[in-house]
Design a protein around this ligand. Structure first.
Ligand code: GDP
Length: 303
């Protein structure tokens, strides 16, 4: 229900445009395919993934000479669903039980994309499932980042491990994991700084955080969650490119899908970077974070 509400803008807009493109037509011809290409690109699917989708549709049109515009919807749905990657690695809010304790999530992403909010929402959901959560204020570059996270920690009722602004993020991460191990906590969520302007620094900082955690347990972090703002189109693609170069990203959280008519970024980024989409943000509220379900997503996109 929330998903439908949250994604209303993207879905109506995509389908409206598609309906307009095929009105009065019985066959999927070159003109319809050109329109489809334009609509997908305008929905932030990205050029490469758009061309991939259009090519697949083209092939199916060529194979089946009775393929009409009334079937385009269904076939397009199938192709997009095939491209989307869901998270199967576990560590989900409802299945973290089966995992080694603590399950450590390192959260990366540029400032302003909704990193803090996503951490707060995640902590709330894990807690709702009866899990104990420890947060780590690893963005020590901005005092505001630590304070914002403290507000969320208080609101959700979880511990935040923090040091002074300017301290070593790796040291905060170490303290956080150590504290979680001591408390036998279920989940650790560590924030990191979101400055992209210095790529070498970013890479070094993230590697150091990982290295230091690995002194406690060699397989940490269990998850590197990249948060992207779904309403920023090309910027989100660029950030995904930079962060996947800087560290091994294992899952995506795509935020602000309630505020955009272009949910296609989810499709393009998942396909381009072959990283599963794990969460989507559909509002500013504490409950406005959902596990990504590709069938549900595509349904709402086409509704
Ligand atoms: P950070 O700098 O990446 O930590 O970003 P914040 O978590 O502080 O979020 C920046 C702004 O985006 C805040 O006003 C949040 O309320 C808002 N925000 C975060 N996620 C969502 C979302 O899914 N939908 C909407 N509409 N706003 C969001």
């Amino acid at each position: 229900e929330t998903l439908d509400k949250g994604l209303e803008k993207s879905s109506s807009s995509f389908l409206n445009k598609l309906s307009k493109a095929i009105v009065g037509k019985s066959k999927v011809d070159d003109e319809v395919l050109d329109d489809l290409e334009e609509i997908l690109i305008a929905s932030d699917v990205g050029v490469d993934t758009t061309l991939k989708i259009v090519e697949r549709i083209e092939k199916r049109v060529a194979q089946d000479k009775y393929f009409g515009t009334d079937e385009l919807n269904k076939i397009l749905r199938e192709e997009i669903t095939t491209l989307l990657i869901e998270s199967e690695k576990g560590g989900n809010i409802d299945s973290v039980d089966s995992l080694p304790k603590p399950y450590v999530i390192m959260v990366v992403g540029v400032n302003g994309v909704g990193k803090t909010t996503t951490i707060g929402k995640l902590a709330a959901q894990f807690k709702k499932e009866g899990k104990s959560v420890v947060l780590g204020a690893g963005d020590t570059f901005r005092a505001a980042a630590i304070d914002q996270l403290q507000i969320w920690a208080d609101r959700v009722g979880v511990t935040l491990i923090r040091q002074n602004m300017g301290s070593d993020p790796a040291s905060v991460a170490y303290d956080t994991v150590q504290s979680a191990v001591k408390q036998n906590a279920d989940v650790v969520i560590i924030d990191t700084a979101g400055r992209l302007h210095n790529k070498v620094n970013l890479m070094n900082e993230l590697s150091k955080i990982k290295r230091v955690m690995q002194k406690i347990k060699p397989d940490l972090p269990n998850e590197v969650l990249l948060v992207l703002d779904g309403s920023t189109g090309q910027n989100a693609f660029e950030q995904a490119k930079q962060f996947t170069k800087a560290t091994e990203v294992t899952a995506l959280a795509i935020t602000k899908l309630d505020g955009t008519a272009k949910g296609g970024v989810v499709i393009g980024i998942s396909d381009q970077f072959q990283i599963p989409v794990k969460y989507i943000g559909v509002g500013e509220g504490i409950d406005d974070l959902q596990m990504f379900d590709k069938v549900e997503f595509v349904d709402s996109f086409f509704k």
